[in-house]
Design a protein. Sequence first.
Length: 177
Amino acid sequence: MPISADELQLKLKKVGMVFLDVDGVLTDGRLLLTDDGREYKAFDAKDGFGIRALVLSGIKVAVITGRESEVVKRRCKKLGINDVCQGVTKKHEEFQRLIDKYGLSAEETCFVGDDINDIAVLRISGLPACVADAVPEVKEICDLVAARKGGRGAVREIAESILKSQGRWEELISEFS
């Protein structure tokens, strides 16, 4: 059942940590592999700016993904994401470990997912969110569905929503002006 705009604003204001899936959220979900086994991923620069904006505003950002990739590790390092959890089969357990580490409640979190393997953690996140091209089972349990697709600015859109609701977006813009 969809939540009201007022309820969504309340949830956005509480977010102190954002958790991101990778394939289908930070990327468009395609896996580009070469004959020699190298893997390529394409990341959207606008998503990168949204992540940096969260970090610069004091909101923690973590990645929890089922796959392992050196390129993900390097991209996260450039964006200032310190908690990069790869090869995770039970995302909800890693999520709980990280919120315990930082002394947060689930209510103070946003998890951004796109597929079936994200459902368990989306159900316990304070603000379950997804990209526009998430599977229907994910969309129906999310309080925030981005207008943009995974790997195409959805993370930036969600980051802006969080920062605007918390009154931090204008402050960030003034730092760049």
